[in-house]
Structures are given as structure tokens and as C-alpha cells.
Design a protein around this ligand. Sequence first.
Ligand SMILES: [Zn+2]
Length: 472
Amino acid sequence: MSPAFDLVVRRARVATASDCFDADIGIVAGRIAQLGAALAPGLREIDAAGRVVTPGGVDAHCHLDQPMAPPVRMADDFDTGTRAAACGGTTTVIPFAAQHKGGSLRDAVADYHRRAEGKAHVDYAFHLIVSDPTPQVLASELPGLIAEGYTSFKVYMTYDDLKLDDGQMLDVLAVAREHGAMAMIHAENADAIEWLTRRLEAAGRTAPRFHAASRPMAVEREATHRAISLAELVDVPILIVHVSGREAVEQIRWARGHGLSVFAETCPQYLFLTAADLGLDDGYQGARCVCSPPPRDKANQQVIWDGLADGLFTVFSSDHAPFRYDAPEGKKPGGQEVAFRHIPNGIPGIETRLALLYSEGVLGGRITLERFVELSSTNPAKAYGLHPRKGTIAIGSDADLVIWDEREFVLSNDQLHHAVDYTPYAGQTLRAWPGMTIAGGEVVWDGRDFHPRAGRGRFLPCGAPTLRPRPR
Ligand SMILES: [Zn+2]
């Protein structure tokens, strides 16, 4: 008699967003076929021996091989980016197909498929970035793409090459409402940033650390409130990405208190970094941690932790935006140490996201294991229409699993698998790391070695978002 399962993970301490229970996990053809005690034998057996097993992570905010203006180029493509994801326990990534002003959204999607095709080691879906909402985009391209499985898009209130004005924001939010898409919003006030940046430059304050001074909390608070107001006018749910601190959190609490459907995302940089990581003097090393919004301070980190624990935040993403530090295509464009306004924005984090939250959040006693799963896997899958295929451990779901190793070590960049020459979290003591990552029933990371199979990762068309607003 042939074995009942392709793979059985035995004696797992299974954690989902709602429960923890002990079970064997039986896998057939890349999907979870059975959960229970003493399952029949599998062709392959892995003994989890009471270790915590979570669903594979869903990183719903990461940038891979996104076209940039030369000489700047992202360090990670779909090969190295999904390799790093897998080794860090993430089995689904949702990067961005970005429209260029003057360009077509459909062309951006076609180009992005070419970049991903045959390269990904884990499954992937696409968000859209809408930077030029022409009548053609609003009436035809965007609704057509939503119907084809691109059910979420990001809009920017800042960055010259991406930002929309308030009228354009209302236009795209109306499309989201009519067609049931999820709108993600980067909330910072562009004009205020430009004005502050010019003042700093006029005073000769161009070192990386002044990046933080050019984007203070009020800039984010105002735009967060404005985004909420625009969504209220259209009567559509929105998701505010990369919330960095107290004042933006207060706007979201206010909105929820008024019955508005406002979802919120935060990222590791707002828990583990502060503005001091941009530099205490005018040295250039702080360019490593230049991202927007900038990291704040210890008090704001605590506010973010509180929001993760109490349900304010919906999803926890990396916002992985990979640029090499010591490179002319990275943080030193053209080989120069440049003024902060010209430093490519973003930091790597696709591989460290889960271990940081598990170590400091779960093992540090700040959030429950169930909440960890909800934030890092289940809710992102629901928000972007991939649940229950992704984001949970259930019969019929894809066999995407992380078996956790709880052990203490000091993180260094040479342990990581991205193509970036640094991690902002080097020197951080971690208390856990994925001991094994299983994607579609295949072991992709065994705790020591990565098992590549480019093209293993498949494109996932997304359905409608299934997140429900939290009760007030
Ligand atoms: Zn952003």
C-alpha cells in the first residue's frame, strides 16, 4: 500500500490566528489534506516534536526588482528576494507593479510578470501602484485589472514621481469602492516635506540624519487624517501603510471610533529603529536606515507595540526596499555621498520580519502567538483576497508552514540571503528563527541550507478582500 500522504509533519504545536493545538499535518499534492492525531504514514516524515508550527508568512508590502530611475537599482529581484523570504519563513510575497506617470498600468503589469516569471521560489501576487489616474486608467485599465485578480493598489501622497493630489485620490478611491478593491495609502504631506527639505538644505543640513527632520510626525499625522477624510467622503475602506508612531495611530483610533473602516499596517523599522539610527553626527552611515516615514523614538516604538497588541494594527509587513549601501546603484548614487533628499528610500527586511516579531513580540511577552499569526500571515491574506488558500493551517489550504527554532543568537548580515550588503538589525539579539520553511509541501529552507527551485513560486490571482472591520 502506498503512503497516504506525500509528507507528514508530526507532533506539531500548530498555531493559527484563532487557536493553538497539537496535531500531525498530512500533506498531499502541496496542500494540507488532514490534521489529527497519529496520522497514517507519509512518503516523507518530519518530526516537529512539540515545536511551534505557524502558517508561512505573507509579506504584503515588499518591493522586488521595481524599476527605478538610473543609476539607482533595487538589489533584490524575484530570485534573491524570494530566496531571502523563504529563509525567513515567508512563503507568499506581494510586491508592486508600478505605473509610471504617462505610462499604462497594463504595461506595468506585463513588465512585472516578465520580471517574476520563472524566478520566484515562493508564491507571489501583485499589488498595483497607480501614479497616473487618467480617464482611461480609471474607466478601463484599473477595473479590468481588478477583475483579473489584481484586487489591491497603492497610492502615494508624497514622492514627486508617484504622488496623487486629493482629487485624484478621490477618483481612485471611487474605483476601489465600485469594484471592491483594497486601497493602500502612503500618507505623508508632500508639500510640507518639500518646504522643510528646502529650509534644511538652505542651512546646509543635508546629512542623512536630517531626513528625519524633513518628515516629522505632523507630516504623517496630517496626511493620515486627510486620507481618512477622503475615504469617508467616498465611503470605502482603506489601509494606511507603514504607520510609524503615536500621532498617526491616534488618527486611526479616531476614525475607528467614528465607525470608519480604516485598516493599518506597521513594519519592523518602527519597533526596532529610531531616528538615532540615521546618525548622531553628519556621517553617511545613517543612509542605511533612510526610509519613509522615518523611524521615530523609543516612546513611539512603545505606541506601535501597544497597537500590535490591542488590535489597532491589521497587518505587519516588511516594506522591504532593497538598496545596497556601498554601491553606485544603491545608497551612494553614482558613487557619491549625496544630500538626504537624493538617498534612495527604503531598507531591507523581508528575511528578518518574522523572526524579529516572534522574538521580541511573542517570546518577549508583548503579543500572543495567535496575534503573531494574524498580523504576519492571516490578515494580510484576508486583506488581499488570498485567504484561506494562504494565511492559515487548515484542510485544503496550501501546505506553507514554518517550524520554529527557539534559540538565542546575534544577527549579522552574513546569515541572510538577500543581495543587500547590510541589515539595519545587525547586532540585534534574536530568540528564534525558522528551523524549517515548507512552501507548497516542499522544504525550501531546512534551518541551514536553502533549497532553490526557481519557478516553484506561482503567480496568485487575488480575490476580493475578506477582512472585516474590527468592532469599535
Ligand atoms: Zn510607502
